[in-house]
Design a protein around this ligand. Structure first.
Ligand SMILES: [Zn+2]
Length: 160
C-alpha cells in the first residue's frame, strides 16, 4: 500500500480490527519512509459495479466518492460516523444485488436520500438539494413540506 503522503511503498500495519458492524477490517498504517499515518479498509466486494452516467459513459463505482458526498451532507451534524458507515455499506449491498451490475447516479442518490431521511433531516435536505435537480423552486418547497418544515439555521449551534 503506497503512502499517500510521500508515495513510499514500505508501510507497516500498526493496528488491525473489524469495524463495529463487522463488515470491514480497519488497518492503521505507518509509512516507513516519512512516518505518515493513514487508515485503510478491507471490504467484501460481491461484484464489480459500473455507474452509467447520463451521457451513457460507464465508470467504476467508487465507494469513497459516495462516502465523501454523504460526509459533506452530515458535516457538523450530530450523527454517529458508524451509523453513516453502516448506511453506506447497506446501500452498496443493495446496489450490488441489482441484476445487471450496472447502476445509475439516480439509483445511488435515491438510496442515500432514503437512508439519510431516517438519520438526519438537515443532512437529507443538503444531500437532496445537491442530488435532485431542482429546476423549479417549487420542488424544494415540496421537499421541505415532506419534512414538515424548514430545517433551521445551517450554522451549527455547537460542535457535535
Ligand atoms: Zn510516506
Amino acid at each position: 500500500m503506497r503512502c499517500p503522503f510521500c508515495g513510499g511503498e514500505e508501510t507497516q500495519v500498526k493496528d488491525s480490527r473489524p469495524t463495529e458492524d463487522n463488515t470491514a477490517i480497519r488497518r492503521r498504517r505507518v509509512c516507513s519512509t516519512c512516518g505518515g499515518r493513514f487508515t485503510t479498509f478491507e471490504r467484501v466486494q460481491l461484484r464489480e459495479l459500473m455507474v452509467v452516467k447520463r451521457s451513457g459513459r460507464r465508470v467504476p463505482f467508487d465507494r469513497e466518492k459516495l462516502m465523501r458526498s454523504v460526509e459533506i451532507a452530515v458535516r457538523k451534524r450530530p450523527v454517529d460516523p458508524e451509523r453513516i458507515e453502516r448506511m453506506v455499506s447497506g446501500i452498496v449491498r443493495q446496489l450490488e444485488s441489482t441484476s445487471e451490475g450496472e447502476i445509475t447516479s439516480e439509483m445511488i442518490g435515491t438510496h442515500v436520500m432514503e437512508g439519510l431521511k431516517t438519520i438526519d433531516d438537515v443532512a437529507y435536505v443538503r444531500f437532496a438539494s445537491v442530488y435532485r435537480n431542482f429546476r423549479e423552486a417549487r420542488d424544494f418547497r415540496e421537499l421541505l413540506g415532506e419534512l414538515g418544515g424548514l430545517p433551521g439555521n445551517d450554522e451549527p449551534q455547537e460542535d457535535a
